[in-house]
Ligand binder design. Structure first.
Ligand code: TRP
Ligand code: SF4
Length: 400
């Protein structure tokens, strides 16, 4: 509500593959020029499921950051950092845990789902139960407006909203709130204070949502308000108390879904991936040996693209003309499968070449990567400090 800030994180699970790229990172690259973005490595979240393999965390972290940079995440536009370098995330997690009903966490669908799916792992820990609460702290600490994530994470963002609402409800009702809000409005100058009061009335008396939007826009523009006053005015607008934490919205990734080489979801555990920066030779070999419609045993057998994983690659990588050529050629047995795969191979390699080039610079000089996350960490920390000052004060922990 301050700026339309975007926050997202990713667990460091090793080198990224093209499924990650098309499912998430490509979207981040687009967002970084449209919004102020913070992207971070969720290394604590990785420990919730992999606490027993600390030796791989660090390598995975650096590999992943290099993959982001290779994919086109630009540290001059987006803030990149590592979660554990901003311990305030953990502080906020602890403070939020005080007001989080246990049932809210037990009810998050991923909690039981993952326990069933990953039954070989020990997920009976407190950390795992708290996973979505830590995630809430990750986002709320930056007062983010949008969280770009996949479908599976929607309940986590819903939890963030509930937590923010509860926090504001419990701690935003300071004594003398209305008087403080009116005094804050005056600080905008009498003309703007009057406009604010009019818009607030229109919203509260007639439910006029355009007036609400206009009033919010007015507040966003005010440079001379303190954070506390701004929170009061946002809260006063809607009739509650101060809005100390912002309720974020999910920003669903309309992902062009790229399946794995065998048509299942692309995933390291299925051994069906193409690495983001994988060697051209190896990529070519993998695509050439991809399974196709099993009905095409001989070159002369017609096929059905709907039964072929290569077709899914065409849907992501080919233009209409090439798709029409492949579909027609497949159904009529006019082309062979290797022929059909060639434009896909070309397109994948063309996508990867600039990524490998960008990565090389960072592989040659790892201090570049260290500096990028150090800088990003500093920027993130500044924002986190601002929120934590408010949160501590609201919870009676400021000891001034
Ligand atoms: N849980 C997310 C995932 O598995 C990763 C994550 C951690 C995250 N913290 C976040 C995503 C905050 C968005 C915002 O993909
Ligand atoms: Fe798949 Fe193309 Fe072969 Fe058809 S021609 S089965 S779409 S690879």
């Amino acid at each position: 509500m301050y700026e339309q800030r975007v926050v997202s994180g990713m667990r460091p699970t090793g080198m990224l593959h093209l499924g990650h790229y098309h499912g998430a990172i490509k979207n981040w690259v687009r967002l970084q020029s449209e919004y102020p973005c913070l992207f971070f490595v969720a290394d604590w979240h990785a420990l919730t499921t992999h606490y027993d393999t600390p030796e791989v965390i660090e390598q995975h972290v650096w590999d992943m950051v290099i993959d982001w940079l290779a994919a086109g995440i630009d540290p001059a536009q987006a803030v990149l950092f590592i979660q554990s370098r901003i311990p305030e995330h953990a502080e906020l997690h602890t403070l939020l845990s005080m007001i989080t009903p246990l049932g809210w966490l037990e009810r998050v669908p991923t909690y039981k789902d993952q326990q069933e799916k990953l039954s070989d792992r020990d997920l009976s820990t407190y950390g795992f139960l708290g996973y979505p609460l830590l995630q809430s702290a990750d986002v709320l600490i930056y007062r983010a407006k949008f969280v770009p994530v996949g479908e599976d994470q929607v309940p986590h963002v819903e939890l963030m909203r509930e937590i923010a609402r509860r926090f504001n409800h419990v701690y935003g009702r300071e004594p003398g709130f209305e008087d403080k809000a009116r005094a804050a409005a005056k600080k905008m100058g009498s003309r703007k204070a009057k406009l604010y009061a009019q818009l607030r009335n229109r919203y509260q008396e007639q439910g006029d949502v355009e007036a609400l939007a206009a009033a919010r826009a007015l507040l966003v523009e005010q440079q001379n308000l303190s954070v506390g006053d701004r929170e009061r005015l946002f809260g006063f607008l809607e009739g509650g108390g101060r809005l100390i934490l912002v309720e974020p919205d999910v920003m669903l990734t309309e992902s062009s879904k790229l399946p794995g080489l065998d048509g299942q979801k692309m995933s390291k555990s299925y051994d069906n991936t193409i690495g983001l920066r994988e060697e051209a030779q190896s990529v070519t070999r993998k695509i050439r040996t991809m399974p196709t419609d099993p009905a095409r045993v001989k070159r002369t057998d017609p096929g059905d693209p709907a039964k072929c994983p290569v077709w899914e690659f065409h849907l992501v990588y080919s233009n209409d003309k090439t798709r029409a050529w492949a579909e027609q050629g497949c159904r009529s047995a006019g082309i062979g499968c290797l022929e059909c795969k060639q434009p896909v191979i070309d397109a994948v390699l063309a996508e990867q070449t600039p990524m490998r080039e960008r990565a090389q610079k960072y592989l040659d000089d790892p201090t570049l990567v260290r500096n990028i996350v150090a800088d990003g960490g500093e920027k993130a920390r500044r924002l986190a400090h601002e929120t934590m000052r408010e949160v501590r004060e609201a919870m009676g922990l400021s000891y001034s």
